[in-house]
Design a protein around this ligand. Structure first.
Ligand code: 1PR
Length: 523
């Protein structure tokens, strides 16, 4: 039996699913006695340091946790659950941590995109049972803006490079903490968890890997989901967002089955977009929540869900905030949520008022779950102009002139699945969303969607240059070479595709084989 400390923020479902998958039972800790009586305690942390410590105080969990940590019984802290073991964090000045390890938690200071999101390697410094059976070149899933800085070198279990070398795991006796998420790190992560649970196993000596660890470019499989005309939830796919063929919604498979297939084929991440979320209310559209629950039982890489995340009033007059909708998704197994139409509305309001309200979906969700959990999905289309001064939007010079030979264009954001254009451009939208607390940009392109003609490199480059958060390139992938192109000609951290994977035209491993030795990938 594993006791799991859930303080109420973030996706503990994935950790429960991963432990149960390994044949263990999980008791979610509800009282101080549960902590004190635990045989093995796992503390997965998501969200923000200050809020986490506040909740631990409110629930009177701090002293029992310290008692448990001094008892010599096995403890695994994941991400924020590891950071909590330190004395304090730059994320919340003046808020004391548990102080089990000397040292602090610092924000990344690097020119690279922050948060550090994705699959990176580890360099082992100590013997540990959690590495039994590993080769040393495994990659694990990271998602964080802050990292620990231990004052005592001998507690460092692994280090990782991201701009510079930082401590990515600690160990002292039976206390282990990892910055990476084993529950989201595929087979390597499941092995780590299995090793942790076998507290009697002997330790493996560190395996030395030369050179710095490298963050992999991520390959993401995207599933656009909606009900077809018979009411079945299907994975569909549009051509420039038109998902109907001969009047019928295209049906390319069942969401849970396809997600499982992509996980097994090596997808680094899976995204579900509820494409009719703009008109349906997701909390009434329970099948989508069910899809997420079922998928997270079998898929141990990060899951993003988008569609319908906004404030909503139901037919009985009850109001739901975007945060409540997001809560439901996180509780069902999502690691990140993606906001589309509502982000455009929020940015338009910001631009007209010239200030943030603190109450938008982006701000509220990132405050509670951390900015790494908030993705902005942008659905832009090109608008050509003869001259940059013709429009107030941010314009780029294009190598692909318009129908009248226009040499400039701007990218018009759309809402409601591309049905309505708005006067805000994609570059400005990305910049304002970053300012409001978004952690990642999912950059679609209506002109390229479903065309197999390659990513819009000019759009991706322009947005990537304008923000410091990671960018997911999306729309238009038609062959493996397109992925190489987007990774070598733009700074995009990941690339997403749908049609070629659904139609089995280019499998995920063919993309990875093509990239191997040219671009860092997760094997
Ligand atoms: O506006 O917050 O409710 O979110 C709705 C979400 O649904 C948005 O993220 C929006 O992008 C998405 N969406 C809405 N309508 C469509 C549609 O296709 N009719 N999906 C749609 C389109 C494009 C990608 C696609 C890539 C790659 N999103 O999902 O997967 O273009 O395709 P490809 O590799 O086949 O070219 P809200």
């Amino acid at each position: 039996m594993i006791t799991l400390l859930d303080y109420g923020a973030g996706n503990v479902r994935s950790v429960i699913n991963a432990i149960e998958r390994l044949g263990e039972t999980v008791r979610v800790c509800g009282s101080t006695d549960d902590i004190l009586n635990a045989e093995r305690l796992v503390f997965p942390g998501v969200g923000a340091f200050g809020r986490m410590m506040e909740i631990l105080q409110e629930k009177n969990f701090v002293d029992p946790l310290k008692t448990y940590l001094q008892s010599g019984r096995p403890f695994l802290g994941i991400c924020l659950g590891m950071q909590a073991l330190f004395e304090e964090s730059e994320e919340a000045f003046g808020v004391p941590g548990l102080g089990i390890f000397k040292g602090t938690v610092k924000r990344f200071v690097t020119d690279l995109a922050v948060p550090h999101i994705g699959w990176n390697g580890i360099r082992m410094r100590q013997s540990s049972r959690i590495f039994n059976g590993m080769q040393g070149d495994e990659k694990f899933y990271f998602v964080h803006s802050y990292h620990i800085e231990p004052a005592e070198d001998d507690v460092v279990l692994t280090t990782t490079d991201y701009g510079y070398e930082f401590a990515s795991a600690v160990q002292r006796g039976q206390i282990i903490g990892t910055q990476y998420h084993p529950e989201k790190s595929g087979e390597a992560g499941l092995r780590l968890l299995r090793n942790f649970m076998d507290a009697s196993a002997s330790s493996t000596a560190p395996i030395r890997i030369d050179g710095p660890t490298r963050l992999a470019k991520r390959i993401i499989a995207c599933l656009d989901v909606r009900a077809n005309d018979r009411g079945d939830l299907v994975v569909t796919k549009g051509d420039q967002y038109d998902v109907r063929e001969s009047g019928e919604v295209r049906n390319l498979g069942k969401p849970v089955e396809l997600a499982r297939r992509y996980y097994e084929e090596g997808a680094d991440e899976i995204t579900f977009l509820n494409i009719t979320g703009f008109r349906d209310f997701p909390l009434e559209d329970m099948p989508m929540i069910e899809v997420l629950k079922q998928t997270s039982r079998h898929v141990f890489v990060p899951l993003t869900i988008g569609g319908g995340i906004r404030h909503y009033t139901d037919k009985d007059g009850r109001s739901y905030s975007a945060l409540e909708v997001a809560d439901a998704y996180f509780r069902s197994g999502a690691d990140k949520i993606s906001i589309g139409s509502d982000a455009v509305t929020v940015v338009e309001r910001y631009l007209s008022d010239g200030r943030a309200t603190g109450k938008s979906a982006i701000e509220e969700i990132s405050r509670v779950y951390g900015r790494q959990a908030v993705v902005i999905s942008i659905d832009p289309r090109r608008v050509y102009v003869d001259h940059p001064d013709q429009v107030p939007q941010q314009v780029i010079e294009t190598r692909l002139p318009g129908p009248q030979g226009e040499r400039y264009c701007w990218y018009e954001c759309t809402i409601r699945g591309g049905r309505e254009g708005r006067p805000v451009d994609a570059i400005t939208l990305a910049q304002v969303c970053e300012k409001l607390g978004a952690g990642e940009i999912l950059l679609n392109c209506i002109d390229r969607d479903g065309t197999n003609s390659g990513f819009d490199l000019e759009l991706i480059d322009a947005v990537k240059q304008a923000v410091t958060i990671p960018v997911i390139a999306s729309s238009g992938a038609g062959c493996a070479e397109h992925f190489l192109e987007v990774f070598t000609r733009t700074g995009a951290e990941s690339a997403l595709a749908a049609g070629i994977f659904h139609r089995r035209e280019v499998p995920i491993d063919a993309v990875k084989s093509h990239l191997k030795d040219k671009v860092e990938i997760r094997p």
